[in-house]
Design a binder for this molecule. Structure first.
Ligand code: NAD
Length: 322
């Protein structure tokens, strides 16, 4: 298939492009590099089945004559890190609102299948545990996380409107916390923050008392789930995540042990609307896609730490502190 991937230079997008190329597809990646990095795609430069376009999906991007029409559009373009919710607030909302609209219109014009990368953040600070796809969420419209949570909810509603009004083949994956190589060390998400601090021998910043839980999915497992959804006849929404729930304090201790760091833990105030618990119910993904995560946290952490060691060792760790 010829597949358009927006957000191709990002953490998830670049790993997904690799998988598509490995499967023999032709890929057009689109990115405006607001949070993505060209180096995530360096290894695909010059590849016969890969093209990269620098474009902002908040505006119509059109389709150049000569490029084969996409058979599928996978819309992943959106900053996703809590540190971006302030400075990139409007851009996040536009990537998910106008960006989703423009990509759905493009899919309609091209007769292409569409897949939206949504998020577990649509569940907000959930009152139901674990979160099934039927749970409608507990989300503030006015808190600092609303720019992300509410624009993803809008994007999902837009996808469903295209299904109803145009019978669009438009799918939704709800992605839970994912980690792995190509995350940015400074992106504010918990594992990059912990690993970077551990390498600097600085205290790991735990927000709140550390008893809040998360469940972390390794990137190759996520990519497998999204790929299966794209190739299936399912529309979703379907949760993809790893239900192995763990407290943030325990993760901090695991990172300290796995890096061999002398770091301690520093407790900070919890940010507003920070979810207390987050754990996917993946019954649907198992039943409809035959999917289950395979990479245990110990293994995934080791691979992620190896990536950060190379990355930070080369460019970003302060001299004399490694
Ligand atoms: P990321 O920031 O690494 O990647 C996002 C990419 O989109 C970047 O390359 C960025 O430059 C690009 N982008 C943003 N706005 C754009 C625009 N207007 N036009 C073109 N490109 C634009 O983040 P990620 O973690 O890879 O997230 C990818 C997608 O997966 C997002 O939609 C995010 O909401 C979703 N998601 C990720 C996670 C996770 O744990 N990583 C969890 C839930 C959902």
């Amino acid at each position: 298939m010829n597949i358009l991937v927006t957000g191709a230079a990002g953490f998830v997008g670049s790993n997904f492009c690799d998988r598509l190329i490995d499967e023999g597809h032709t890929v057009v990646g689109v990115d405006n590099f607001v949070t993505g990095r060209a180096r995530n795609l360096d290894h695909l430069a010059g590849h016969a089945r890969f093209t990269l376009r620098n474009a902002d999906v908040s505006e119509p991007i059109g389709w150049p004559d000569g490029l084969p029409k996409p058979a599928a559009i996978v819309h992943m373009a959106s900053p996703a890190s809590p540190v971006d919710f302030g400075p990139l607030a409007i851009r996040i909302m536009r990537a998910n609102a106008e960006g989703t609209y423009h990509m759905l219109e493009l899919a309609r014009a091209m007769g292409a299948r569409f897949l939206l990368a949504s998020t577990s953040e649509v569940y907000g600070d959930p009152e139901v545990h674990p979160q099934t796809e039927e749970y409608v969420g507990h989300v503030s419209t006015v808190g600092p996380r609303a720019v992300y949570d509410e624009s993803k909810r809008y994007a999902e509603a837009m996808v469903c409107a295209y299904r109803r009004q145009y019978q669009a083949d438009a799918r939704i994956v709800r992605i839970f916390n994912t980690y792995g190589p190509r995350m940015r060390p400074d992106d504010g998400r918990v594992l990059p923050a912990f690993i970077s601090a551990a390498f600097r021998e600085e205290p790991l910043p735990v927000q709140g008392d550390g008893s809040q839980t998360r469940s972390f999915c390794y990137i190759t497992d996520l990519v497998e789930g999204i790929y299966r959804l794209l190739m299936s006849d399912q529309l979703g929404p379907i949760n993809i995540g790893n239900p192995d729930e763990v407290t943030i304090k325990q993760v901090a201790e695991e990172v300290i042990a796995a890096t061999g760091s002398k770091s301690t833990i520093r407790y900070q105030p919890a940010p507003p609307d920070d979810p207390r618990r987050r754990c996917p119910d993946i019954t649907k993904a198992a039943r409809l896609l035959g999917w289950a995560p395979k990479v245990a946290r110990k293994e995934g952490l080791a691979r992620t730490i190896a990536y950060f060691r190379t990355l930070l060792g080369k460019t970003e760790a302060p001299a004399g502190k490694r």
